[in-house]
Design a binder for this molecule. Structure first.
Ligand code: GLU
Length: 492
């Protein structure tokens, strides 16, 4: 397919919803798969929803997720800039463009001025509701002639411009994920195209922009599906070619309701804050609402680009499953080098007050081993401080099982053996740590579980945990001796 151009067109409401990120991801995958362009357009015609700094936030979240913007709004040296031949890409800067096309629709008879007051419209809606009808504009101002309308406008009356839909006409379009969709115009409302403040509505702006920006495929959430027939009719009225539509199923919570902010984390920032990696979040989100032909679940961005298929987009909502996200993310956590992990986890570590960058600079080997030691059990970065806890927590036997180990018959022999050997050593190197338990085995005569379990319980207060030789190295001689002394108080 030639010249594929897709866009992500969020409203700057302050944060990027993960459902929005998924829409952006699908657009991005489609663009890359077809060597096309991925545009970012800002839909800010609803000024009441505008939030300061929201555009920067959106771009930061997209960039973090690895979605490179080819055209439209982007950031350069910390500034929001616009790049491309179809600008401006921020709708509030395009008002004159919308006005031109609204005028064209008025002239061609596809739109009309409407002077109905809010009060009249409210009453109308109430009446319709009471009669059990779907609230819809009754078309009163369709009868106002152009001449009269111009006079009323000159007299300072407030007005909007509405789309004049044909009577009883089937409007059809193809949705690549859902097939042919047909709606009769009698089921539709004479949509407001331009509001009384001179701003276009979303419906007008989206059609004008998608056409002028050469958008070939519209990949967006299914909440826009009911609006699409209006858009399709607008394309026809303006004499433009209709793009291809692909509507995406919702991202749902476990109750199968739309994932909403009230229930907790929904923004990309929230998930980033919990220490999900962009690769993990994008990989998982791609699978909410789309599935590959085989059962593959771990996908790099390049693999997603190859495998993504709009025909395999689900028709019903996908449940956002945090456990599954954790599982996918843990895969990417394991792929990090120890240095990368340390670097990324540093903000969490410093916040928890465990150690500082300066500490790391003084003894990089120690912290590298620490990361290698804990890495396998992690789902996300925010778990790093807790996973390092065995080094910093005051030693305490917390687990029933550990207590049992220290009361076992072999415990005193093991602890004494450890004390003896450590007493003769200077600081323990990683290599020495690897051999220590074998030495204890020799002098205590205890081996296997009877050796390792009491040793672990004494050093960590726990029966599970990372590789014991790493723990020995990380704790160091003095701390181990301290802990062994304490462990003795638990002996039978
Ligand atoms: N501005 C709309 C939104 O916030 C975009 C809808 C569309 O992609 O057409 O979801």
């Amino acid at each position: 397919m030639d010249n594929v151009r897709v866009r992500f067109a969020p409203s700057p409401t302050g944060y990027l919803h993960i459902g929005g990120l998924r829409t952006a991801v699908y657009n991005y995958l489609y663009a890359r798969q077809h060597n096309g362009k991925f545009l970012l357009r800002i839909e800010d015609t609803d000024r009441t929803r505008f939030v300061e700094g929201a555009i920067e936030n959106l771009i930061r979240s997209l960039t973090w997720a690895g979605l490179e913007i080819d055209e439209g709004v982007m950031m350069e040296n910390g500034e929001v800039v616009e790049k491309g031949d179809c600008g401006p890409y921020i709708q509030s800067k395009r008002l004159d463009i919308y006005k031109k096309y609204v005028d064209q629709l008025l002239e061609s008879g596809h739109a009309y001025y409407c002077f109905c007051t809010k009060e009249r419209l409210d009453n109308l809606r109430e009446e319709q509701k009471i009669k059990g009808k779907v609230p819809r504009y009754d078309g009163l101002c369709r009868g106002v002639s152009m001449e009269e309308a111009k006079k009323r406008i000159a007299n300072g009356e407030d007005y909007v411009v509405r789309l004049k839909l044909p009577h009883d006409r089937d409007i059809s379009f193809e949705d690549e994920a859902r097939g042919t969709i047909t709606i009769n115009s009698n089921e539709m409302d004479d949509q407001v195209l331009m509001k009384s403040d001179g701003f276009p509505t979303y419906h007008m702006a989206v059609v004008v922009d998608d056409h002028l920006m050469g958008i070939t495929h519209i990949i967006r959430g299914e909440e826009w599906l009911p609006s699409t027939p209006k858009h399709v009719y607008l394309y026809e009225a303006l004499g433009w070619e209709v793009p291809t539509y692909i509507h995406l199923p919702g991202v749902l919570n476990s109750d199968h309701k739309k994932l909403s902010k009230r229930q907790g984390d929904v923004s990309v920032e929230d998930f980033r804050g919990h220490g999900y990696l962009p690769e993990g979040l994008v990989n998982y989100l791609a699978l909410v609402g789309w599935s590959p032909e085989d059962n593959q679940e771990i996908f790099s961005m390049d693999e997603l680009i190859k495998a993504f298929d709009t025909k395999r987009i689900a028709k019903t909502g996908g449940v956002f499953d945090v456990k599954k996200l954790d599982w996918v993310n843990s895969h990417y956590m394991k792929e990090l080098s120890a240095d990368e992990l340390l670097d990324m986890a540093m903000p969490y570590i410093e916040k928890a007050g465990l150690f500082t960058k300066e500490d790391v600079e003084k003894n990089p080997e120690h912290y590298r081993v620490l990361m290698e030691t804990i890495q396998d059990g992690l789902d996300r970065l925010e778990q790093v401080p807790e996973a390092c806890g065995f080094l910093y927590d005051d030693y305490e036997v917390t687990e029933e099982a550990a207590l049992e180990q220290l009361k076992s018959e072999s415990a005193p022999k093991v602890i004494e053996g450890l004390q003896e050997i450590l007493g003769e050593m200077d600081e323990i190197t990683l290599e020495e740590a690897g051999k220590l338990m074998k030495q204890v085995q020799k002098i205590s005569g205890v081996k296997g579980k009877n050796l390792y379990m009491p040793a672990r319980a004494a050093m960590t207060g726990n029966v599970h945990g990372p590789e014991l030789s790493n723990i020995i190295y990380l704790l160091g001689k003095d701390e181990i001796l301290k802990r062994l002394e304490k462990a003795k108080s638990y002996f039978a």
